[in-house]
Design a protein around this ligand. Structure first.
Ligand SMILES: Cc1cc2nc3c(=O)[nH]c(=O)nc-3n(C[C@H](O)[C@H](O)[C@H](O)COP(=O)(O)O)c2cc1C
Length: 454
């Protein structure tokens, strides 16, 4: 029977994606200690999750009023640790859990990213994944030696080149390149190690690469682009896709479209698992879960919203009165997360005000999130409905607070899914590709018909 894939959406920061998460009475505040991440890793492995993955952003969300005081004071995602380093502490206490991290194609070099993730894949015996993002705002640019963020579609064009270089490097040692023949002094066969000599419009990288192939061949590529250009990019590269479909109906349409796009790119659509994000609020009974939700709702505030809207849309919302409309040019210029801007435009408000953005997107609040509230049966029913529709191949599980939300999910929902036969009781393999039902990656298998000659 087709099996659900489960991804835990993790943040190496002081709160979850929801800023108010740290204010939750049960939230741990030792979020900068290895013990905290190791505890989460153990919970996820006990729940037989496919993978836990960290998001990333290369700047504090301090765009609002051009200053970080409100961000730090309110604890709005004001810390952000390096994700791969946190993953290594989690790897040390687990054996199966896949481990993913987000790294930007705009602010790092392909050689660096290729080496980091291929090393992570070796050090975890084939459990690594790279979430490819192009980054969203000017503050990330300012932290990384530039004045402003690159134009939206151009950064995806650059990301295409970036992936060609990274995956080229990952494949530049044959599996049997290392001989380690001490007697005859042959460490590796020179004919089985290649330079990529990559030269694109935006970047170049020569090689030879310095990390050999890994137990799963190479790390799994994750992608979560939401714009038209982003989805085109995802269809080409993504082996595991993160989305946040707002409804079952939209999910069915988008899911089919992305699978078709992958097939058009010359890929096997079954080798692109699409997972959609929701935030479970679960308890023994539906009534208890509803009470929990009501309590969470009280933790958010206006500052959470204004700060995170500024960050996501790359615009300082403090420069506008709360009921002052954006001009046509200003709306057009919102170049961060375009899908979020488009949600507001398509709701019918032509010149939205900050209040419209707050009310329509609910950004920064728990209710911005796709929350599924209930006892084990209700949540499992909804998951099954989406999975069988099909609107997804699995789910990204977001946390209202950490680690409690994952503990609740593992305690209440996982056994119910296992009982229904739609989720594993035990891991059947050891690598992340095993968990996703993929073969070990062959050299060059990422080259689609959109490929340019490397
Ligand atoms: C589950 C999930 C996780 C994401 N994680 C990140 C992240 O860590 N960093 C980031 O910049 N964007 C993240 N995104 C957003 C997208 O990957 C993408 O960068 C963003 O939507 C802007 O590109 P777009 O205009 O193509 O949508 C995430 C999206 C989803 C659904």
């Amino acid at each position: 029977m087709r099996q659900i894939s489960l991804v835990a959406f993790l943040q190496a920061q002081n709160c979850t994606t929801i800023p108010s998460a740290w204010r939750h009475p049960e939230a741990r505040i030792d979020t900068h200690s290895p013990e905290y991440y190791q505890h989460i890793a153990r919970v996820l492995e006990e729940g037989k999750f496919d993978i836990g993955f960290f998001d990333d952003r290369l700047a504090m969300p301090d765009m609002y009023a051009g200053d970080h005081s409100e961000t730090v004071k309110n604890g709005i995602r004001c810390t952000k640790l390096d994700a791969v380093t946190c993953l290594m502490s989690m790897a040390a206490v687990t054996k199966h859990l896949g481990l993913g991290a987000t790294y930007s194609t705009t602010y790092f070099e392909p050689f660096h990213v290729a080496r980091l993730f291929q090393t992570l894949d070796l050090m975890t015996n084939g459990r690594a994944a790279w979430n490819v993002v192009t980054s969203v705002n000017d503050n990330e640019a300012r932290n990384m030696g530039r004045d402003s963020h690159m134009e939206h579609d151009t950064r995806y064009d650059m990301a295409d080149e970036f992936c060609e270089a990274v995956l080229g490097h990952w494949d530049s040692w044959d599996d049997d390149a290392i001989i380690a023949d001490k007697e005859n002094n042959i460490y590796a066969d020179p004919n089985k190690v290649r330079r990529i000599d990559y030269k694109g419009k935006y970047l170049s990288s020569r090689g030879p690469f310095t990390v050999p192939r890994t137990p799963q061949g190479r790390p799994v590529v994750i992608q979560a682009g939401g714009s038209t250009r982003g989805k085109q990019f995802a269809a080409r590269w993504g082996e595991l896709i993160f989305t946040g479909y707002p409804s079952l109906e939209i999910g069915k349409v988008e899911y089919a479209a992305l699978k078709n796009a992958a097939a058009e790119a010359g890929r096997n659509p079954d080798h692109m698992k699409i997972t959609t994000l929701f935030y479970p609020i679960v308890a023994e009974t539906k009534a208890e879960a509803e009470d929990k939700r009501a309590a969470y709702e009280l933790l958010g505030n206006d500052m959470d919203q204004l700060l995170l809207l500024s960050e996501a849309l790359n615009f300082d919302f403090a420069t506008k009165g709360i009921d002052e409309p954006f001009s046509d040019e200003e709306v057009e210029g919102l170049q961060g997360m375009q899908a979020m801007r488009d949600r507001v435009i398509s709701s019918g408000v032509k010149n939205p005000t900050p209040r419209d953005f707050m009310q329509i997107t609910r950004r920064g609040l728990l209710s911005d999130r796709n929350t599924w509230v209930g006892g084990p049966k209700e949540v499992a029913d909804q998951m099954e409905e989406w999975f069988h529709a099909p609107a997804c191949d699995g789910f990204v599980i977001g946390a209202t607070h950490q680690p409690g939300a994952f503990e609740d999910f593992v305690k209440f929902v996982i056994p119910e899914l296992q009982k229904r036969g739609v989720f594993r009781k035990e891991y059947s393999g050891t690598t992340l590709r095993d968990h996703l039902g993929y073969e070990r990656a062959e050299i060059g298998s990422w080259k689609t018909k959109y490929d340019v000659v490397v």
